[in-house]
Ligand binder design. Structure first.
Ligand SMILES: CC(C)(COP(=O)(O)OP(=O)(O)OC[C@H]1O[C@@H](n2cnc3c(N)ncnc32)[C@H](O)[C@@H]1OP(=O)(O)O)[C@@H](O)C(=O)NCCC(=O)NCCS
Length: 190
């Protein structure tokens, strides 16, 4: 794959129940990838494990796969378990396989997701996951034209760097899409 051109033939679509194993296996790669910043060990089977079943039973939990030329290139797990009041969508996990990195795929697929779910998004990264922080700042900044808020949560059930922004409702035909900031979203403590 030519590293200088972003992949054009990519797809972001809901993962079917039959793709549970594929998603689980990619989650293993993901968890190993983050094992220097996400403190967990593998079990007696050598697996990190991940509770995925609820992603096909709880309506607010949405599993997505990302494909390039019909091959798995990553995934996204979206739910509504936002970490500060006022949000609607929380990106629980997000992964692009190493082969497909630095091609613009992560950014393009994220934009697809934001457009799929209009409303108030919250995204988080582990405090030590500096590459992911750089990626999300670049991606969200471009998507919102700088209209996002970032904070660090240092206590509570989830700690880390958190960005909040709003993705717009689909524009009426002929109208330009306006990206709305949410100025007070992070002003009030959780
Ligand atoms: C973070 C991740 C999703 C990025 O995916 P990607 O497809 O490589 O990202 P893109 O190619 O779209 O990058 C867009 C921009 O983000 C920034 N960026 C991406 N990866 C970066 C890195 N490792 N270090 C610094 N900046 C980075 C750059 O500005 C990049 O633009 P450029 O390549 O023109 O410089 C991918 O590296 C990944 O899955 N990492 C492991 C799992 C993880 O950390 N997930 C996020 C959890 S919060």
């Amino acid at each position: 794959m030519n590293k200088s051109t972003p992949p054009v033939d990519f797809e972001v679509r809901p993962a079917a129940p039959s793709e549970r194993r594929a998603l689980f296996n990619m989650l293993e790669l993901y968890q190993h990838d983050l094992s220097d910043v996400w403190d967990q060990d593998v079990d007696e089977q050598g697996q990190f494990g991940y509770e995925l079943d609820s992603y096909w039973s709880a309506p607010a939990r949405k599993p997505y796969v990302i494909l390039v030329n019909s091959k798995y290139a990553g995934f996204a797990l979206v739910n509504d378990e936002v970490k500060v009041p006022g949000g609607q969508h929380w990106l629980e996990q997000y992964f692009i396989m190493k082969k497909y990195r630095r091609l613009g795929l992560g950014r393009a697929a994220a934009v697809r997701l934001f457009d799929l779910f209009p409303g108030r998004w919250q995204l988080g990264q582990f405090a030590l996951n500096y590459p992911a922080q750089a990626f999300w700042r670049a991606t969200i900044s471009a998507y919102t034209r700088g209209n996002y808020h970032e904070t660090e949560l240092t206590s509570g059930s989830w700690v880390g760097i958190l960005q909040a922004f709003e993705s717009p409702a689909p524009a009426a035909p002929g109208a330009g899409a306006a990206r709305q900031a949410v100025p007070t979203l992070l002003d009030e403590p959780a």
